[in-house]
Design a protein around this ligand. Structure first.
Ligand code: GLA
Ligand code: ZN
Length: 679
C-alpha cells in the first residue's frame, strides 16, 4: 500500500492521542510501544479545536512536541488533518457549518462528522488547516501517509446542500427537460418548471420511513441525492488532498473507509485515493466471510493494489449492545485475515485507552491499568514480534483470482430504494451468498466494480444486477462471447442508469446473453412457505426464497424447475450457451447446499482451482498472495476446534517454520494461522 522507501515491513501501530494526556505519560507510552514492536502512529485525528482556537489563530505547539517525540523514538507517522469534527467557535460564528437531518432538524454543535460537506465555511477552514499542516511538517521524513479527516459519512439536507444539489443536477443533465425525463416526473404531476423547483428528497418531500427502512416516492430523485451526497463528501476529501499535495507531493494520501458502507460510493472514492485504508470492526459472532468480503471490496477499489488496515480494536468495541471481548487469539487471527486479503498494515484504534466520553471503554493497546501486564498487551507484543520477523516478505503481494463478483453502489442504492417487488430483497445479502460459497470452496474471488476490466477472469458473477448500466451489458456480451462464464440472478437487468425500466421484457439488456425472458416475479414471504426447486441430475430439491421469477426459455436450457404452486415445472436455474461461453441465471434465492453444488459444477466447467481440499464444514479460510519474493498461502482457522486441510502444493510456514510436502495435511489449532511460502 504505502509503497515507499520508508516502509520496509508490515506497519504496526494505530491511533495515538497523546493530546488527551499529561506529557509525563508520553515517555511511558514510548517505552510500551517499543515493548509491543509498534512502529507507526496515526496522529492528530481530532485536534482541530486545539490547533485553531479561533478564526485567525493557529497553535501547533503541542503537535510540534508530539511530532518530535515520536520521531526521536523512531516511529513512523500517519498524519491526520483533524477535520472530522469542527471547533465550537466555528459553529457559533458560522451556523452554515452545521448539518441538517432528513427530518429538517438543524443540528447544534456536538458529536463529530457533523459538518455540512457543502458549507463554504467548512471547506475554507478544513482546506486551510490541511495546507498549514503540510507546510509545517513537510520535512518530517517519517510521515508515511496523510490521513484526511476520519471516516467520512452521513448526509446533510440543509439549504446549502439543496442549492448545490441543483448545481450538480444542472451539470449532469444540462436541461430541465432532461431532468424531467430521467426522473419520470410526469408521474404524480411532478414536472419541474425551473431548477429552483428541485428540493432535496427528505422526510419533508419524497422520502418516508417504513419500519425503519428509508422509502421514497421517486427513486430517480433519491438515487441522485445519494450520488450527490457521496460526491459532496468526496469533494471535501479531494480539496484537502490537493492542499497537502502542494507541500508534500510524494506522501501518499488516504482516508479511512468503512468497508461495505452504503452511503458512500467507495468505488468512485477509490480513484481519488493514493491507497485505500479502512477500519474493520466485525460484529462479535458474525460469520467471518462478512469481514473477508469487506476486505476484498476494499482491495478491489484500486484493482487489487495492497491497502491498509487502518483501525481494528485490540479487544472490545464500545458501541455494540453487548461489548464482547475478542477471545484469546482472535485479534491475531483477524490481523492475519487483513494481511491475507491484501493489507500491508495492522493498525489499531486506540493506542492508549481514553478516560472520558464515549470511547473510554473501547479496547486499547495500553489499558487503564497503564502497564504491560494485560492479556491484550501480551497478545499485541507477541504479534508485533511475529510481524517483525515476517519483515518485508509479503509486502506488495497481490491476489490472482479468476473469479470476480460485481459489487456496485448504484445497484445497492437502487435496489434498496425500490418500491416492490419485496422488502426481503437485500443487495448486500445476495452478493454475500455467492461470496461465501466460493470462499467455502477455497476459490479466490475479486470484488469488482462495473467499470473494471473483466477480460482476465474466467467467471464473472453479478448478483442482483437490478440496474444494468449503459455499456455493462456489452462488456458482459463480449466477455461471454469470447468464452467467459457469466452468472446473474433474479431482479436483474430491470432498469438503466436512472432507474427507468428497460421495456421489452426482463432482464432487459441481458436477455440475449442469458437466453431467457422473465415474465413475472412472485415475492415469497420470509416465513418458509415451502416452495422448492430441483437442481442436478438426481433431481434433489432446494428451497426457493425471496423471489421466484416466472421465466421462459429463449435459447437457454433449464437446469432445475420449481416444484410447487402454479409455476411448478417452470425453470428456476438456467444456462445459456452464448458465443464461446456460458451464461447462468438463478431465478430465486436458495440455500448453502444449492450454491455449493452449483459452483462445484461451474468451477469444474471453467477450470477454477481451489487452494486446498477440505470438508466444507471446516471453518478454515484460505487466500493466496503473490509477489516477486514468492507465493504465500494464508490458512486461517476461524473455528473453535482444530481443523485440517489438505494442501495441493507444499510449502514452509513462515510463522511456525514447519515444512509441508505436496498433499500434506495441515492441522490448525482453533484460531490458528499459517502463512505458507509455497515451494
Ligand atoms: C472509528 C473511528 C475511531 C473510533 C473507532 C471506535 O473507526 O475512526 O475514531 O471512534 O471507530 O471503534
Ligand atoms: Zn448541508
Amino acid at each position: 500500500m504505502i509503497e515507499s522507501e520508508k516502509v520496509k515491513k508490515i506497519l504496526y501501530g494505530g491511533d495515538y492521542n497523546p493530546e488527551q494526556w499529561p506529557e509525563e505519560i508520553w515517555e511511558e507510552d514510548m517505552r510500551l510501544f517499543k515493548l509491543a514492536h509498534i512502529d507507526v502512529v496515526t496522529l492528530n485525528v481530532f485536534s482541530w479545536a486545539a490547533l485553531q482556537p479561533d478564526e485567525t489563530t493557529y497553535d501547533f505547539s503541542k503537535l510540534d512536541k508530539i511530532m518530535e517525540l515520536v520521531k526521536k523514538n523512531g516511529l513512523k507517522v500517519c498524519l491526520a488533518t483533524s477535520t472530522a469534527a469542527h471547533p465550537a467557535w466555528m459553529a457559533r460564528k458560522y451556523p452554515d457549518i452545521l448539518r441538517t437531518g432528513n427530518n429538517g432538524m438543524k443540528r447544534k454543535f456536538g458529536s463529530r462528522h457533523n459538518s455540512c460537506p457543502n458549507s463554504p465555511t467548512y471547506r475554507k477552514y478544513s482546506v486551510a488547516l490541511a495546507e498549514k499542516l503540510a507546510e509545517r511538517y513537510k520535512d518530517y521524513d517519517n510521515i508515511v501517509a496523510w490521513h484526511i479527516s476520519n471516516e467520512y459519512g452521513g448526509e446533510c439536507y440543509c439549504e446549502n446542500c439543496e442549492k448545490t444539489f441543483r448545481v450538480w443536477l444542472r451539470k449532469k443533465y444540462k436541461t430541465i427537460e432532461e431532468l424531467n425525463r430521467v426522473w419520470n416526473t410526469s408521474f404524480w404531476g411532478h414536472t419541474m418548471y425551473d431548477w429552483e423547483d428541485v428540493v432535496l428528497p427528505d422526510l419533508r418531500s419524497e422520502e418516508f420511513s417504513q419500519d425503519g427502512r428509508p422509502r421514497t416516492n421517486f427513486q430517480g430523485i433519491s438515487l441522485d441525492y445519494r450520488r450527490f451526497n457521496s460526491d459532496s463528501m468526496l469533494e471535501c476529501f479531494t480539496l484537502e488532498r490537493d492542499a497537502v499535495k502542494k507541500y508534500t507531493p510524494d506522501i501518499p494520501v488516504t482516508t479511512n473507509l468503512m468497508g461495505c458502507y452504503q452511503p458512500l460510493d467507495y468505488q468512485k472514492w477509490g480513484k481519488e485515493l493514493d491507497f485505500v485504508s479502512w477500519d474493520s470492526y466485525p460484529a462479535f459472532g458474525a460469520e467471518f466471510y462478512h469481514n473477508a468480503m469487506c476486505h476484498d471490496v476494499m482491495r478491489g477499489l484500486k484493482q487489487g493494489k495492497p491497502y491498509a488496515l487502518m483501525e481494528q480494536t485490540p479487544s472490545v468495541s464500545n458501541w455494540h449492545t453487548y461489548c464482547a471481548l475478542k477471545r484469546p487469539g482472535v485479534m491475531r487471527l483477524l490481523s492475519y485475515q487483513a494481511l491475507a486479503h491484501g493489507s500491508d498494515t495492522v493498525m489499531f484504534f486506540q493506542m492508549r485507552r481514553s478516560i472520558g466520553a464515549c470511547e473510554k471503554y473501547h479496547g486499547a493497546v495500553i489499558d487503564h491499568v497503564g502497564t504491560e501486564n494485560t492479556r491484550v498487551f501480551r497478545e499485541i507484543s507477541a504479534l508485533g514480534a511475529e510481524l517483525e520477523k515476517l519483515g518485508d516478505t509479503t509486502l506488495g503481494a497481490r491476489s490472482n483470482a479468476k473469479v470476480a463478483i460485481v459489487f456496485d453502489w448504484d445497484n445497492w442504492w437502487a435496489s434498496s430504494l425500490s418500491a416492490g417487488p419485496s422488502d426481503a430483497i437485500n443487495y448486500y445479502d445476495e452478493v454475500y451468498q455467492y461470496y461465501r460459497t466460493l470462499s467455502q470452496l477455497h476459490i479466490p474471488v475479486d470484488m469488482i466494480s462495473v467499470e473494471d476490466d473483466i477480460s482476465n477472469y474466467k467467471l464473472v458473477i453479478a448478483p442482483l444486477l437490478y440496474m444494468c448500466k449503459d455499456g455493462f451489458d456489452e462488456k458482459i456480451r463480449q466477455f461471454v462471447k469470447l468464452g467467459g462464464t457469466f452468472l446473474t440472478t433474479y431482479f436483474s437487468g430491470y432498469v438503466e442508469d436512472h432507474d427507468l425500466v428497460i421495456t421489452g421484457g426482463y432482464p432487459g439488456r441481458l436477455k440475449d446473453i442469458l437466453g431467457i425472458w422473465v415474465e413475472e416475479s412472485d415475492a415469497v414471504p420470509v416465513e418458509d412457505i415451502g416452495i422448492h426447486h430441483t437442481f442436478g441430475y438426481e433431481g434433489e430439491t432446494y428451497p426457493a426464497e425471496i423471489i421466484c421469477d416466472l421465466l421462459h426459455l429463449e435459447g437457454a436450457e433449464s437446469l432445475g424447475n420449481y416444484d410447487n404452486d402454479f409455476y411448478a415445472g417452470m425453470p428456476a436455474v438456467t444456462k445459456n450457451h452464448f458465443g464461446e461461453g456460458n451464461a447462468y441465471y438463478v431465478a430465486t434465492r436458495s440455500d448453502e447446499a444449492f450454491y455449493r453444488k452449483l459452483f462445484t459444477q461451474i468451477a469444474a466447467e471453467c477450470g477454477l482451482e481451489s487452494f486446498v481440499d477440505a470438508n466444507p464444514e471446516v471453518l478454515v479460510e484460505t487466500t493466496l498472495r503473490e509477489n516477486a519474493k514468492g507465493r504465500f498461502l494464508f490458512l486461517l482457522n476461524h473455528g473453535e476446534k482444530t481443523a485440517e486441510v489438505t494442501l495441493k502444493m507444499g510449502g514452509t510456514d513462515l510463522l511456525g517454520g514447519k515444512k509441508y510436502e505436496d498433499g500434506a495435511v495441515v492441522a490448525l489449532e482453533a484460531k490458528g494461522v499459517a502463512v505458507l511460502e509455497l515451494s
